[in-house]
Ligand binder design. Structure first.
Ligand SMILES: O=C1NC[C@H](CO)[C@@H](O)[C@@H]1O
Length: 428
């Protein structure tokens, strides 16, 4: 369609209303809206017209996800240029005020194609981790400290404690707000539509997995974190009256295991719904070199984690989205040839808890598995990403194949389809 502005307009999609919160659920065009989602951090990268862009692949990935019943994508909106080898390049912003228009237009293209398929997108505006530059890169710009790559320092506790300095650094926060305004107030160069008017954006998200500090976060760090979430979410709402805002929190694992902190950080009216993530291997509950010996521990703790957060959502009276979860391939192996029997069993366990409690009316808004690898393939024998390689579900700070769900993982895709159908069938 050629719109009045002479711009190419996406065909009007079915549900042309914003997703909103209705009591403790999502609603859209008067109906319940459940997220059956994929993490697709690189969706905007594939949409670029040149350089890293692979628009033909993007269209195929979106069609394949749509066919499975996937209706939502969680996407990195902004990356920061950095010296760190564990980070993606190129980056959306090379320095304060300098932007890569090719990548920004890639996000435009993604949003235009998402609209044609009536999907929705959660766009996160920063990253607590280093794989897109993120908060440590802001501190390099404004504190002059080296951007810290935990893959190099092997010291996550120090990384997390120093990264929390981002919330207190006034110059970094000012630039972060400039970047937020750059994206939120953008006009899509493909459709001519302002992002604030795009009903296919489900929400803006402060960052990927923001944490208050490390596992020993102090009361002062926690107070700074709670205020940061409230202030930045309020700032986004001041720019955009239409869309929801979420934090991107992992839940208790990202809140120093402090439930009161998680509640305090998400009580504000500026946070419209809750998020949590589930990582049994990352958190040491599951040892993929000893699967039979650690499975019971992993699945028991995972079920507890799921149910605990649904209960926390009840306490706050807000919907909650499980927006990341994953497990590695059998072996363990990064190879696409490896089977995924254990991961499929884990996915089914997670889906069963989510779909059963959603059907009962619990404040569940859906899930996003981590992460869509699709047609992407690891390029190097050591499975590490290098500039120019395919993008897969695993960002550059992890082996390419660790948690990705590829288009050849048929058993996993069928499982996702099975549970997509279940969630979409829930009537509220
Ligand atoms: O946000 C995230 N959570 C866990 C993923 C897998 O380890 C990781 O790749 C990503 O940084």
């Amino acid at each position: 369609m050629i719109g009045a502005a002479g711009m190419i307009e996406a065909a009007p999609a079915a549900g042309n209303d914003f997703v909103t919160v209705k009591n403790t659920h999502f609603a859209r065009s008067g109906k319940a809206y459940y997220i059956v989602g994929a993490n697709f951090w690189y969706g905007g990268y594939l949409g670029a017209a040149s350089g890293v862009g692979e628009r033909a692949r993007l269209l195929k990935e979106l069609d394949n996800m749509k066919a499975l019943g996937i209706n939502n994508l969680r996407v990195l909106a902004v990356s920061e240029k950095t010296e760190m080898t564990s980070a993606v390049s190129p980056a959306t912003t090379a320095a304060p005020g300098q932007y890569d228009e090719n990548l920004l237009a890639g996000l435009d293209f993604l949003m235009a194609e998402v609209a044609k398929r009536d999907m929705t997108v959660v766009l996160y505006l920063n990253n607590f981790w280093q794989w897109s530059g993120g908060m440590t890169q802001y501190l390099n710009w404004f504190e002059g400290t080296p951007a810290l790559d935990p893959n190099v320092t092997r010291d996550y506790e120090t990384f997390m404690q120093k990264n929390a300095g981002f919330y207190r650094n006034a110059a970094a926060q000012a630039e972060y707000r400039n970047v937020i305004a750059k994206i939120v107030k953008r006009v899509n160069t493909i459709t001519g539509k302002p992002y604030t008017e795009d009903t296919h954006i489900l929400s803006w998200q402060l960052a990927n997995e923001p944490r208050p500090g490390n596992s020993k976060s102090t009361p002062e760090e926690k107070a700074v974190y709670v205020k940061w979430i409230d202030d930045v979410a309020g700032y986004i709402h001041s720019l955009d009256k239409n869309h929801m805002v979420s934090s991107g929190s992992e839940g208790l694992a990202g809140s120093a295991q402090d439930a009161q902190l998680y509640l305090d950080a998400h009580r504000t009216k500026n946070i419209n719904y809750l998020t949590y993530h589930l990582w049994p291997k990352n958190w040491g509950w599951f040892d993929s070199n000893n699967p039979s010996g650690t499975w019971d521990n992993a699945i028991g703790k995972s079920r507890d984690y799921l149910n605990t957060h649904i209960e926390l959502a009840k306490k706050l009276g807000k919907p909650i989205v499980l927006e990341e979860f994953g497990l590695d391939r059998d072996g363990p192996s990064f190879s696409i040839k490896a089977t995924t029997k254990i991961r499929d069993r884990f996915y089914r366990e997670v889906f069963d808890v989510i779909s059963t409690r959603a059907a009962k009316g619990d404040p569940i808004a859906g899930f996003n598995f981590w992460a869509w690898g699709g047609a992407g393939r690891a390029a190097n024998a050591d499975y590490w990403w290098k500039p120019g390689n395919d993008f897969v579900g695993d960002p550059p700070q992890e082996e390419q194949g660790l948690y990705s769900v590829f288009d050849s993982d048929v058993s996993s895709l069928l499982l996702i389809k099975e549970y997509a159908d279940r969630l979409h069938a829930i009537k509220r």
